[in-house]
Design a protein around this ligand. Structure first.
Ligand code: ADP
Ligand code: MG
Length: 723
């Protein structure tokens, strides 16, 4: 099929599309967590003692004894087999952002050749996927490839259905034979432990007698684009790179703000409900959905959960978003910037820490100035963002996210923290050595008798801040839509642990000769003097801030991944992870290597696609148009009619420039000798990317010149507006 034919076919198929079969919605009470072997199901099927042991493991992370594991595995298998399950799989999270799984059958045969099922505690607890092909950043040589997965009992097992089967999925950690973490889950669990220990120290010093284990929480807002699969399948760039590498802007984009929070189209609504029903069955509390800023862009946000479970659920949510799109004739794009010139997608990671005895420690209550625990934890976050801002930038670094950060749309690449008016004032007072009553939030009175008055929030929202306090949590807004939330959560938990330890050390001394309030104020005063520069309530997009942040505040502006990832090699970061026990130096450097390699590889794929599409798709279309024009012109001159040849001139010169750009890019891609990984990344960030952009610019010019019927690729206006 020629390029344009596939576009016409796509439009034909979309306009003649039969609506997807809609099943009548089931009540929530019937489907909620029905495919999860959670504590409630364990209680039904386990003996009292086994259940008690299991509950303790889930709540405290205490190891499970072998006998209980066997009992549990048998109960799990029975439950799964009754649902038609024949296979089980340890699901794990390698250093790529994907979810990995290896499936094994329950089946074994006995001496008579009959099939029976088997699943012991040891099979549940430990899997051995080998997985030597996963990136490990020099932790393992392939000749020493043994890798283990081990069930994380704090994250429940569940059944995943595909069209013709069902599998028991076991959320797991993934480690090398020598015990190094090869995944994103182990560091998350360790960072939570480190934060728990440090938080416990601070709370004990504050005189708390009962202190339940502290846990971090996460609620992630996921943005995504939907494009009809008929269009997406005719765009190799969307299929292989997840973003358009070419495409002239559509005459209408997002300038009317008519998509944001607009009525959701019926087809998308059906897709969303399908997703939500699947999520509910898996015990994932999907809570909000709406249209986002860009045409074709949407958001889904589940209610927050314990960070470890939320991270697993987030991975599952991304898998389901993609898989379900197929069924509805869409392709779901999770890339941070699928379309140039309109908003990209992020993932706001809402994060707080708390426990069963003190509650949410980032909740200021009505009077933050006399909530000392809150002030200490909030101060610890401020110190963390200031001291480890570049680390926070490094954990959200990817080729995709570079298109948002540093560009004028998403939070800037400078890490500052927004507190809101009320809290900013409290911390400013503390810096001045005093603690005075907080400004009241006040009542919202519109003066309309129909509208009831309500309590206003004590601080406004700031959409331009990468790291914002939003009432009872921090919202890390700069995370990319395609990224795992684990990296950001690990960084936040670990920097918090470090700051809480610093606070505990200081408090121990200060409490010796002053009362509690005075001691807290003096510790926080020192903290604000050293780290208050990270607090910023103004417009994070303004060029004035970009200048002042760097020149006056000493904050770092790190626009690209090539500049951000080397932060993982810095001594202070190594020290942070080693002292908190979250990542050994080897584990940390392996992450640097893997992420750098992924950055280079993804740009390499994009560059190859640019060359390929320009040569084999775009240039031929331009030549065809030139041939049409020249034939017309020859015919005209035979008839003695003058024809303006400016279009032919424009097309010819853009085509020549396009191919010259392609040659330069191909040549640049051939370079192989790099002194270091850093240099290799810089080369891609600067030379290769700008050559790609150059080729694109000529191709996009051609798109606006060449006859529409000859244009081979679905256009922005089609992909964004035809649903
Ligand atoms: P908005 O778009 O206004 O920022 P949403 O309601 O879309 O807010 O998403 C906010 C997210 O923050 C939800 O996932 C919500 O459950 C989560 N959240 C609320 N409170 C907390 C908390 N204490 N800790 C972590 N996440 C939270
Ligand atoms: Mg938000």
């Amino acid at each position: 099929m020629s390029g344009n034919e596939s576009r016409l076919q796509a439009i034909y198929q979309i306009t003649n599309r039969e609506p997807a079969d809609v099943e009548k919605p089931e009540p929530l009470s019937k489907i909620w967590a029905c495919d999860v072997f959670n504590l409630a199901k364990m209680e039904e099927s386990l003996s009292k003692n086994a259940f008690k042991a299991m509950k303790k493991t889930v709540h405290t992370g205490e190891p499970l004894d072998k006998a209980t594991a066997d009992i549990l595995a048998a109960a799990m298998k029975e439950w799964a087999v009754s649902k038609g399950v024949k296979f089980y799989s340890h699901v794990f999270y390698p250093l790529t952002n994907i979810t990995a799984e290896k499936h094994d059958g329950f089946i074994i045969t006995n001496a008579d050749g009959n099939a029976i099922t088997e699943f012991s505690g040891s099979l549940l607890i430990k899997g051995e996927p080998d997985g030597s092909s996963f990136p490990n950043g020099s932790i393992r040589m392939t000749n020493a490839a043994r890798g283990y997965t081990a069930w994380d009992p704090t994250s429940p097992v569940y059944v995943m259905y595909t069209d013709n089967g069902a599998t028991l999925m076991i959320p797991s950690v993934f480690m090398s034979w020598t015990g190094e973490a090869l995944d994103k889950k182990i560091p998350l669990l360790r960072s939570n432990d480190a934060m728990n220990k440090a938080g416990n120290r601070v709370l004990s010093l504050m005189g708390e007698e009962q202190i339940a284990p502290l846990n971090s929480s996460c609620g992630a807002e996921q943005e995504y684009f939907l494009v009809d699969s008929n269009f997406a399948n005719s765009r190799p760039d969307l299929l292989l790179a997840g973003r358009t590498l070419f495409g002239a802007p559509s005459a209408k984009g997002q300038e009317f703000d008519d998509h944001y929070f607009g009525a959701i189209s019926a087809r998308v609504q059906v897709y969303m409900q399908d997703i939500e029903d699947q999520l509910y069955r898996l015990g994932i509390p999907a809570k909000t959905h709406h249209n986002e800023v860009a045409p074709g862009q949407f958001e889904i946000a589940p209610y927050y959960e314990a960070a470890n479970v939320a991270a697993d659920h987030q991975q599952l949510l991304m898998t389901i978003l993609k898989a379900t799109a197929k069924k509805h004739g869409f392709v779901c794009l999770l890339h941070e910037k699928p379309f140039a010139g309109i908003n990209g997608s992020g993932k706001h990671v809402n994060w707080s820490v708390g426990n069963a005895t003190q509650g949410n420690l980032l909740d200021p209550g009505e009077t933050p100035h006399d909530n000392l625990n809150f002030l200490l934890f909030c101060g610890a976050v401020i110190r963390g963002v200031h001291k480890f801002g570049p680390l926070l930038r490094a954990v959200i670094a990817s080729a995709g996210n570079d298109h948002r950060l540093g560009a004028n749309e998403a939070p800037p690449a400078i890490l500052s923290v927004y507190l809101g008016d009320q809290l900013e004032k409290v911390f400013q007072d503390i810096k001045d050595g005093k603690l005075t009553a907080s400004q009241a939030a006040g009542e919202m009175d519109l003066g309309l008798s129909q509208i009831l008055n309500f309590e206003r929030d004590p601080g406004d929202r700031n959409r331009t801040s990468p790291f914002a306090f939003t009432g009872n949590r921090f919202e890390f807004r700069a995370v990319g839509s395609e990224q795992s939330v684990s990296g950001p959560l690990v960084a936040m938990n670990t920097m918090l642990a470090d700051s809480l330890n610093w606070i505990a050390d200081k408090l121990e001394v200060a409490l010796k000769d002053s009362d509690q309030t005075k001691a807290v104020v003096s510790v926080l005063q020192e903290l604000m003097n050293d780290h208050g520069n990270a607090v910023f309530g103004g417009d994070g997009y303004s060029s004035d801030w970009h200048k002042r942040a760097v020149e006056e505040r000493g904050l770092k502006n790190i626009p690209s991944t090539a500049d951000a990832l080397p932060v993982l090699q810095e001594a202070s970061v190594k020290e942070l992870f080693e002292s908190t026990g979250v990542l050994s130096p080897l584990e940390l450097s392996s992450r640097y290597e893997v992420y750098a390699e992924q950055y280079i590889l993804s740009l390499e794929v994009e560059a190859k696609l640019v060359v390929d599409m320009a040569k084999t798709t775009i240039y031929p279309a331009a030549v065809r148009y030139l041939s049409d024009l020249s034939m017309a012109s020859a015919g005209m001159s035979e008839m003695g009619v003058d024809m303006d040849n400016s279009t032919a001139q424009a097309v010819a010169s853009a085509s020549n420039a396009l191919m010259a750009g392609v040659s330069k890019l191909s040549e640049a891609m051939a370079k192989e000798d790099f002194a270091s990984t850093d240099e290799h990344m810089q080369y891609f960030a600067n030379d290769i990317l700008s050559l790609m952009n150059e080729v694109r610019a000529y191709a996009d010019t051609l798109e606006t010149e060449v006859a529409d019927e000859l244009w081979p690729l679905p256009k922005y206006q089609e992909m964004l507006f035809i649903k």
